[in-house]
Design a protein around this ligand. Structure first.
Ligand code: IMP
Ligand code: MG
Length: 181
């Protein structure tokens, strides 16, 4: 498959198949299970829309009591970050005194998380940790170290399994990168 974005042609190359994603996410869930008490509720805060598919698969491997909540952030246009992060709506209530696990699709500049984490601490979260499916360490602009990372990848733009290009391709069952010709 090929994609054209702003008159540039990209080749779509599968990075992680459906089976590879599943295998890795099962391992991440087991790791998360060992890091939290088995009795204390964990708030799973899904960052929409990108982390929707990852979160749906991840939570099925968790064994502690969970409360699933979501927030929506906006920061991205096309394949370039705008650098500006906005919260669409409000932080869900009921975070005070709770352990919060933020579930993100990908950490790129790190701005979204560095915007959101202090807000959750202001709301009285007992702890805030991050599970991200993908991390682009070479793209970080602000210091951020997610506790649980599915895969570290290079700088290429990726789509699929929740990740979009201007709203499309989230439904692909695999993660693919856009490679310039
Ligand atoms: P950050 O704030 O720069 O870390 O960007 C994080 C957000 O930008 C992610 O939650 C994604 O929604 C989006 N994003 C960053 N890189 C990609 C990509 O390669 N493909 C699709 N979305 C991306
Ligand atoms: Mg996102």
């Amino acid at each position: 498959m090929d994609i054209q974005v702003e008159n540039v042609n990209y080749q779509v190359k599968v990075l992680f198949t459906e089976a590879e994603l599943k295998q890795r996410i099962d391992i991440l869930a087991q790791k998360i299970n060992t890091q939290y008490s088995a009795e204390e509720p964990l708030v799973i805060l899904v960052i929409l829309h990108g982390a929707l598919l990852f979160a749906a698969d991840l939570v099925r491997g968790l064994t502690m009591p969970t409360e699933i909540e979501s927030v929506r952030l906006k920061s991205y246009h096309g394949t370039q970050s705008t650098g500006k992060v906005e919260l669409v709506g409000a932080i869900p209530p009921g975070i005070r005194g709770k352990n919060v696990l933020l579930v993100e699709d990908i950490v790129d500049s790190g701005r979204s998380l560095s915007f959101l984490i202090p807000k959750l601490k202001d709301e009285g979260a007992k702890s805030v940790k991050v599970a991200t499916l993908l991390d682009k360490p070479s793209a970080h602009q602000v210091p951020i170290t997610p506790e649980f990372i599915g895969f570290s990848i290079g700088k290429n733009f990726v789509i699929g399994y929740g990740l979009d290009l201007d709203g499309r391709y989230r439904n692909l069952p695999y993660v693919a990168e856009l490679v310039k010709y």
